[in-house]
Design a binder for this molecule. Structure first.
Ligand code: PAF
Length: 293
């Protein structure tokens, strides 16, 4: 795997492949790689001739200073994992390279209401920061396809809109959540959990999984109340939100009749670590049969 630190060198290398007619798959990351990231690389390898991965811990998407400062950095291990996964090019730019001046780290987007709820509501400025860096990285790499995990479901939805607005030829490819054996969704932030916290954190997925079944026989209100009770009963955990939202608009619903297909999204603090997860709750085509309205 070749490693590039500047836009100039990366683009020169990509151009050589482009001239040979190669298709380019792109996996943007913030490093601290795990099997979830590697599943994106694997899919990108299957679908493209050349795979570019970027590692850049993007300061403008952190609304919480401590979260940014404590974000895990595991460069050597990351390079090893990417080599094993046969990634072709790695781009690890400095902050100055990505944001040489303030015109590069400020841009006003319009995503309608999709960035106003859930993560957008609880992490002000976060999605603007994500959109700024994703736009910048897509401009630099100009891939045929770019790969994003469904764990960050709202981010994926926003990136799809961003691509439609600015890069209509780039295919945004969603990749399923990869879970640990106990159900915990893989995340770089899991590395920050203490041994005690790690022991109890699978409660998040267990609760989501049970909520999916309970959705058949509970109102939205009762289900939300049940989830809140389950999570907050665990002394190490604090629920930030649990929303049941339309899968397309991400607008939270209050009654099952409001949407044909919904996604349940959760954000939980375990000590100082904030984790998110989600599960799709499918409904039958003939709308609300079996669901308690
Ligand atoms: O999901 C992430 O790791 C980041 O938000 C991304 C897409 C790499 C942008 O910094």
């Amino acid at each position: 795997m070749d490693i590039y630190y500047t836009i100039f060198d990366l683009q020169k290398a990509i151009l050589v492949y482009r001239k040979q007619g190669a298709s380019i798959g792109f996996v943007p990351t913030m490093g601290a790689l795990h099997q979830g990231h590697l599943s994106l690389i694997k899919k990108a390898k299957q679908e493209n001739d050349i795979v570019v991965c970027s590692i850049f811990v993007n300061p403008v998407q952190f609304n919480n200073k401590e979260d940014f400062e404590k974000y895990p950095h595991t460069e050597n291990e990351d390079i090893q994992l990417l080599n094993q996964a046969n990634c072709d090019l790695l781009f690890t730019p400095s902050e100055k390279e990505i944001y040489p001046d303030s015109t590069h780290n400020n841009f006003d987007f319009n995503f309608g209401d999709i960035d106003k709820v859930m993560e957008g509501k609880y992490r002000p400025g976060h999605f603007k920061g994500v959109a700024i860096v994703v736009k910048r990285l897509l401009e630099i790499v100009l891939p045929n396809k770019a790969y994003f995990g469904e764990k960050d479901f709202q981010q994926l939805a926003i990136v799809k809109v961003l691509a439609k607005q600015f890069f209509p030829t780039i295919d945004i490819v969603p990749c399923p959540i990869i879970r640990e054996a106990d159900g915990l969704a893989m995340s770089s932030r899991n590395m920050r959990l203490t041994i005690e916290e790690r022991k109890v954190v699978s409660l998040i997925y267990k609760t989501l999984f049970e909520a999916k079944t309970k959705a058949q026989s509970n109102t939205v209100f009762d289900l939300k109340h049940w989830v809140e009770g389950e999570i907050n009963a665990q002394p190490l955990m604090n629920l930030e939100y649990f929303e049941i939202s339309d899968i397309e608009t991400l607008k939270p619903i209050e009654k099952w009749v409001e949407s044909q297909c919904v996604i349940a999204c959760i954000a939980v603090f375990i000590g100082k670590v904030r984790l998110i997860d989600n599960i799709i709750i499918e409904k039958k085509n003939d709308a609300n049969r079996g669901f308690k309205v």
